[in-house]
Design a protein around this ligand. Structure first.
Ligand SMILES: *Cc1c(COP(=O)(O)O)cnc(C)c1O
Length: 225
């Protein structure tokens, strides 16, 4: 695993330098779904502090057993009834994709006295019906309709298409970057700085297309059982 981490850091750095970006501007979040606490601790010892889970229950179980200075990200589809167990425990929710979810986050934030919950809008940039997220052409309206003061938009998240075709993957990431530019223009008071895109199979393309955060699981922890 340590070898994977070294390789990952080097390859993130190379991808950034290849397109004239500062490697420091790319945040690597390790995806720990189906990974044991022992192995998460190994990555922690190697210096990682940002980890991501996709299910609230698994997240809760691990969070209790792991160091408190870990910064947790939620990257999975969120059910309304799970929000109460999540709020206040994450640095970033990547999967905001509907108004109903926003209003539940608002409600739970108020209960816990939280002024702001950092969220990314999840965009379905590939049109695949099995994927969650808003259609790209629905994102501006979604942002305009948002009336929940505790929701703090920080940017966009997307999952690239399941294909070997690098050009298709690139187009999908690029379209999300362009969408972010439109949001910047229309909502200049909001900081849309984060572009969460790229996983083990496609993070180099994502970095070339402007990702500021990559979500890496199997490239570090190996295939999930
Ligand atoms: C599982 C998962 C990842 C990590 O996938 P790998 O291919 O193992 O790197 C990234 N993002 C989301 C939303 C995931 O569910």
């Amino acid at each position: 695993m340590i070898r994977n981490i070294v390789r990952l850091r080097e390859s993130v750095r190379e991808a950034a330098l290849r397109c004239g970006r500062n490697p420091e501007a790319i945040q690597v979040v390790l995806v720990t779904k189906a990974v044991s606490c022992e192995r998460i601790l190994e990555a922690y010892e190697a210096g990682f502090r940002e980890f991501a889970e996709n299910r609230v229950q698994e997240f809760e179980e691990k969070r209790k057993r792991l160091p408190e200075d870990i910064k947790w990200h939620m990257i999975g589809h969120l059910q309304i009834n799970k929000v109460k167990d999540l709020i206040g425990k994450t640095v970033l929710i990547h999967s905001l994709d509907r108004l109903e979810l926003a209003s539940e986050i608002q409600k739970q934030a108020e209960k816990k006295g939280l002024a702001a919950v950092d969220c990314l809008i999840q965009v379905n940039s590939t049109g695949e019906p099995t994927k969650h997220g808003l259609r790209p052409d629905a994102v501006e309206d979604f942002a305009a309709q948002m009336r929940q003061p505790a929701i703090r938009f920080r940017g966009l998240m997307t999952i690239g298409p399941l294909t070997e075709d690098g050009e298709k993957i690139r187009q999908s990431f690029r379209s999300v970057r362009f969408l972010r530019e439109r949001l910047n223009a229309r909502f200049p008071d909001i900081d849309w700085g984060i572009l969460s895109m790229g996983m083990s199979g496609d993070y180099q393309i994502a970095i070339e297309e402007g990702a500021t955060l990559v979500r890496i699981g199997s490239a570090v922890f190996g295939p999930r059982g």
